[in-house]
Design a protein around this ligand. Structure first.
Ligand code: GAL
Length: 652
């Protein structure tokens, strides 16, 4: 569809105006095509209410345009200026402890505050009218990283009123709500919707359905906030794409829903920071400290490709040390190049580095850019030049090749198991990522699917782990599927109203899968239960009543993996080695072609090219695959942080 391109994030308001021209000239020299501006500039665009000063940003766009650069214009709604708080004192969000958040950083607004939503619409409209027809404009970004710094949820009066309205619409009568939430349980029944409070500051747990509905409500507010801006921007320039920049492992709102009003999804990839703040084991953190988790960025590339209905970008790419993790290592030389190549391998249209020049002031002064604060090139500057030249030489275009394996990722299942973990550490995302990594070790291309998928046609293997409740689409997809399907653990263990289904989990007809989960054994996270053969269970195992084939059982004789035809059910949380064993078994059953990859090397195919990346701290040697017709970049001998691109034989 598109030829991949590079971009950079630029803040003209941070630098003297007489620097802009030289900056833009250097960007063009690097081979950068896109420049994102504007997303935090509100106090310079409207210094006092109604006093609009857009002239400088238009001049900045003129300068960028003169150098052939295209602009992504970010609406500045993540950083309302101080005067806005005087105008709407109650627009500040309230945390779960009931404390009002203060002004002096960013994202200090409440998604439920309709007055602020209108202010966001107003500035978006004014900017769209002022810059919408500028010749350098190529795309819009709405706001910045919805939800960052824990800002999806607010426990304010505005949120409470909004939630009550949302519940009225959903349930119609208080009786229906009482029934859905199981409010008879502790005499929690309501007579009117106005009595319903938010699920914080209660004596003990709220009913799980109450909590889940609040999360659904909060997620809907993010989607509604985005829609307001999308509608305005599209009305002015229907031809320009509207993009939002999402994050890594951030699940507080349903990204599929928000993307209903986006043309392109993007995400901000900071592999070293993300690994440092993740819950990955210490040995992984040490091994990949300067490279990042070899599967985390890739997983998000595939996730956001699904969120963006096939179209996605990296809006912010880590260029060097960041400032926000507990420690911030220098990436291995070559990683700023590798990360970009990996994104393109997964179908990215654009990879935008964050940021052009390191700022010597304020919160992110320790965050690297392509330039140092003294305007000299930082290492990533040269790596970006290299990527731009290589992209041209290789001639990569088209989109990511459709995978033969798919995994369903569902935001509501994330919320469900946070609300009711039952086993500390049990999470939907952890199950998805473990399967993802296990498939990827075999060099197979993986797609992520939303829970609204109603057909799995074209895939050889589909996995649905830890899905809290079935919906009609997934039931249809599953029933019609002719490939290999892996379900479990905990899938279908709730209804959409967060109750146990009458037929018990996994809540499937016995002709499809004759399995009933009759008991749960959740265990101390430091303990493991061995499985016969190899591998172990942690966190969670299910007692299965089943007539299906038992393929793996644990040392106590409990069935762990069972199958009925091509449908497999995994009734436990597996350690890495057990998940790998299950995946290896499925791949062999499905007779899926695989690659033999050295440790630390990963790959993905895009439109006739297979791109290998070496996340190991040392060299690695590839075994050329049968379907490849030679290397067009790099060779079988990959240095640390190396990239090798193979051309696939025609017809492969
Ligand atoms: C992102 C954010 C940027 C910048 C960056 C630093 O989360 O969108 O504005 O703060 O992190 O790594």
């Amino acid at each position: 569809m598109t030829t991949p391109a590079l971009g950079v994030c630029y803040y003209p308001e941070h630098w003297p105006e007489d620097w802009w021209d030289r900056d833009a000239a250097r960007m063009a020299e690097v081979g950068i095509a896109w420049v994102r501006i504007g997303e935090f500039a509100w106090s310079r665009l409207e210094p006092t209410p109604g006093n609009l000063t857009f002239d400088w940003i238009i001049r900045a766009m003129d300068v960028l345009g003169r150098h052939g650069l295209k602009v992504v214009f970010g609406t500045p709604t993540a950083t309302p200026p101080r005067w806005m708080i005087d105008k709407h004192p109650d627009m500040l969000a309230v945390d779960a402890q009931g404390r009002r958040k203060g002004f002096g950083s960013r994202r200090h607004y409440d998604f439920s505050h309709l007055g602020y939503r209108e202010e966001a619409a107003r500035i978006t409209r004014l900017l769209a009218d002022a810059v919408g027809n500028h010749p350098a404009l190529g795309a819009w970004q709405t706001d910045n990283e919805y939800g960052c710094h824990g800002t999806t949820y607010s426990y304010s009066p505005a949120a409470q009123e909004g939630f009550q309205r949302w519940l009225t619409k959903k349930y119609g009568t208080a009786d229906a709500l009482n029934q859905a939430w199981g409010n008879v349980f502790w005499s929690m029944e309501y007579n009117r919707f106005e009595q319903v409070e938010l699920p914080n500051l209660l004596v003990c747990d709220a009913a799980p359905a109450h909590d889940l509905d609040f999360r659904r409500y909060a997620s809907d507010q993010v989607a509604a906030f985005n829609k307001v801006q999308f509608d305005i921007l599209k009305a002015v320039r229907p031809d320009l794409p509207v993009i939002h920049n999402f994050m890594s492992r951030y699940t507080e709102f349903d990204h599929y829903d928000v993307a209903e009003t986006l043309d392109i999804a993007s995400w901000d990839s900071y592999p070293l920071g993300h690994l440092a703040v993740s819950g990955e084991p210490e040995e992984i953190k040490r091994l990949y400290m300067r490279q990042g988790d070899p599967d985390n960025a890739a997983f998000h590339h595939d996730l956001y490709r699904a969120v963006g209905h096939g179209r996605w970008w990296i809006m912010e790419q880590q260029p060097g040390p960041v400032n926000w993790a507990q420690f911030n290592p220098d990436p291995l030389p070559g990683m700023a190049r590798l990360w970009a190549w990996e994104a393109f391998a997964h179908g990215a249209e654009v990879v935008t580095y964050f940021r052009w020049r390191q700022a010597p002031f304020a919160q992110e002064q320790m965050h690297a850019g392509l330039l140092r604060p003294d305007s000299e090139p930082a290492p990533a500057y040269h790596e970006a030049i290299q990527v731009a030249e290589e992209l041209k030489a290789v001639g990569l275009d088209g989109t990511a090749t459709k995978g033969r394996v798919a995994i369903v990722f569902d935001y509501q299942s994330e919320w469900a198991w946070e609300i009711q973990p039952q086993a500390k550490g049990f999470s939907h995302g952890a199950h998805v990522r473990a399967l993802y990594a296990a498939f990827r070790k075999h060099g197979v291309d993986i797609d992520v699917l939303p829970p609204s998928t109603n057909s799995f046609a074209g895939y050889d293997i589909v996995a649905i782990p830890a899905l809290f409740a079935w919906n009609d689409d997934l039931r249809t997809a599953m029933t019609d599927f002719e490939g290999y399907l892996l379900i479990g653990p905990r899938s279908g263990s709730k209804t959409q109203d967060f109750s146990i289904p009458p037929g018990l989990a996994p809540d499937l007809p016995s002709n499809l899968l004759d399995v009933k989960v009759t008991r749960i054994d959740s265990i101390d996270p430091s303990l493991e239960i061995e499985v016969k053969g190899s591998g172990a269970i942690h966190h969670w195992r299910e007692r299965l009543e089943t007539k299906a084939n038992v393929i793996i059982e644990d040392v106590d004789g409990w069935p762990v993996l069972v199958s009925q035809g091509k449908l497999f059910y995994l009734g436990a949380s597996g350690t890495r080695s057990l998940v790998q064993r299950v995946v290896d078994y499925l791949i062999a059953e499905a007779d899926l072609p695989t690659l033999t990859l050295p440790a630390g090397v990963r790959c993905r195919t895009r439109n006739g090219f297979r791109i290998y990346v070496n996340y190991a701290a040392g060299p690695a040697t590839l075994t050329p695959a049968k379907d490849e017709a030679g290397y067009v970049l790099g060779s079988a001998d990959m240095p640390a942080a190396g990239v090798t691109v193979a051309r696939l034989a025609t017809g492969a």
